[in-house]
Design a protein around this ligand. Structure first.
Ligand code: NAD
Length: 447
């Protein structure tokens, strides 16, 4: 029961505005071009969902602006004795739901704008799966492929030291992203712990198991993709044992998604990685493909269990389910019309441009959007933090059972919202997320 006047008014306005929008069947188009720009892609969906919710201008402005942006210069001694200065960023988009959560990207292309977009994405992702975190992201402009282990360690430690007042188990909890992994998270945990004079493993997730990493984390994102795919297939009345699926990207997310889907009866007819796309109409033996990749420097190049096809062809195959799990902006206004799958489950972040959304929706293709479908990873990161704080270790079975339940509940919530407002699953996911964050702001107040 809502008693506070302001809150009552807010909810009343939401209901009125959403009814108005629904009756008129009209949503103002976002005044933004998105293709190729992650921040604008995110903002155009945010804009539509905000209109459906009838979000007032003040709150709209609060939610689109990051809470904190930190830029640091990190001077590092390189192996040849020279000193190089690297730019490091941490953006906290929101910490209204709890400590902020988000990975650290080491990449030459990192910019403050990219980090801002990714931080906001994390806020919506955590809110969709209803875990008590805000969103953040970090980055360092560097090229990990050209750096030695010693240089990486010095850089990671310098970054951590620069962020020691930002990070904390109750403040901001980093994790790996592109260019960083368990090794870097171990250095981060160690440096942060030294600064506090005690071991604090809950400051970061994605750690090696021996340092308090969680069982089930490696496969968590692919597993969440599988749970979302099966839930969506149930709604579309697609029988997994008669279904075909194509998976773009055969790294962490794509290979586990393919394996777990295959284990549930789905025939994976195509997989791909940077070396090319591989097609077999009788189904690809995914375990063999993983073994091959593991023994072939991480690449599918030369894989003989399927025929080589054009990379783009994979996206346009006549399959029931398409899982883009490689990179952003692969389904755009240029190829959306040619997509034949009945269901797209987004393992990657931002694989579909906002312009392509309209085409995909008009074709009647269901999309389990990124902020829902790939949230299994952050969910198990949350479990890692919970276990660290409990000083206890869960079994892999418990981790999987609990993350499956969270993913399924989130799917059902987004699905029922899409039915209620007659909107796409993607916009419904944003509506669920923004509504939760907006309500929290309204209850907490304090502007
Ligand atoms: P990864 O580096 O393990 O794998 C990426 C895969 O994509 C590799 O097989 C690579 O060869 C392939 N690839 C790259 N470019 C390609 C192209 N043009 N065509 C076909 N394949 C191509 O990365 P990952 O961790 O699996 O992440 C994949 C996507 O999922 C990214 O968008 C990432 O942001 C997103 N994601 C990952 C996680 C996670 O827990 N790892 C969580 C959420 C979202």
């Amino acid at each position: 029961m809502i008693t506070c006047n302001g809150l009552y008014l807010y909810n009343f306005t939401i209901v009125l505005n959403s009814l108005k929008n629904k009756r008129m069947g009209y949503i103002e188009p976002a005044p933004i071009k998105d293709e190729g720009n992650p921040f604008e892609a995110m903002m155009s969906r945010f804009h539509i969902a905000s209109q459906i919710l009838g979000l007032d201008d003040e709150l709209y402005n609060v939610l689109k602006s990051p809470a904190k942006q930190v830029i640091v210069s990190l001077p590092i001694t390189m192996d040849d004795g020279s000193i190089r200065v690297f730019d490091g960023y941490r953006v906290i988009h929101s910490n209204i739901l709890g400590p902020s959560k988000g990975g650290i990207r080491f990449d030459p292309g990192v910019s403050i704008d990219e980090v801002k977009a990714l931080a906001a994405w994390m806020t919506w992702k955590c809110a969709v799966v209803d875990i008590p975190y805000g969103g953040a992201k970090g980055g360092v402009q560097c090229n990990p492929r050209e750096m030695s282990s010693g240089e990486m360690e010095r850089l990671m430690r310098a970054y951590t030291l620069a962020m020691t007042e930002i990070f904390g188990p109750d403040r901001d909890i980093p994790a790996p992203d592109m260019g960083t992994g368990p090794r870097e998270m171990a250095w981060l945990m160690d440096e942060f712990s030294r600064s506090r004079g005690m071991t604090i493993n809950s400051v970061v997730t994605g750690k090696p198991l021996v340092l308090g990493g969680s069982l089930g984390r490696t496969e968590a994102t692919g597993r969440g993709v599988m749970v979302s795919a099966l839930a969506a297939m149930e709604k579309l009345k697609i029988n997994p044992y008669r279904a075909t699926c194509a998976v773009q990207g055969f790294g962490n997310v794509g290979s586990f998604a393919a394996l777990l889907m295959a284990e549930r009866g789905v025939k994976i007819v195509a997989i791909s990685d940077i070396s090319g796309a591989y097609y077999n109409e009788n189904g690809i033996a995914i375990e063999n493909a993983i073994d091959y990749r593991n023994g072939n420097n991480g690449s599918l190049e030369g894989f003989s269990g399927a025929e080589l096809i054009e990379g783009n062809e994979l996206l346009e195959l006549e399959v029931d389910v398409l899982i883009p799990a490689a990179m952003e902006d692969v389904i755009t206004s240029r190829n959306a019309e040619s997509i034949k799958a009945r269901l797209i489950v987004e393992g990657a972040n931002g694989p579909t441009s906002a312009k392509a959304d309209t085409i995909i929706n008009n074709k009647g293709i269901m999309v389990a959007p990124d902020i829902l479908a790939n949230a299994g990873g952050v969910t198990v990161s949350y479990f890692e933090w919970v276990q660290n704080r409990l000083g206890y270790k869960w079994t892999g079975e418990r981790v999987n059972r609990r993350s499956d339940r969270i993913m399924k509940d989130a799917f059902d919530h987004v699905y029922s919202t899409s039915q209620e407002y007659d909107i796409s699953m993607r916009i419904a996911a944003y509506v669920v997320a923004i509504d939760k964050v907006a309500k929290t702001y309204k209850y907490r107040g304090g502007f």
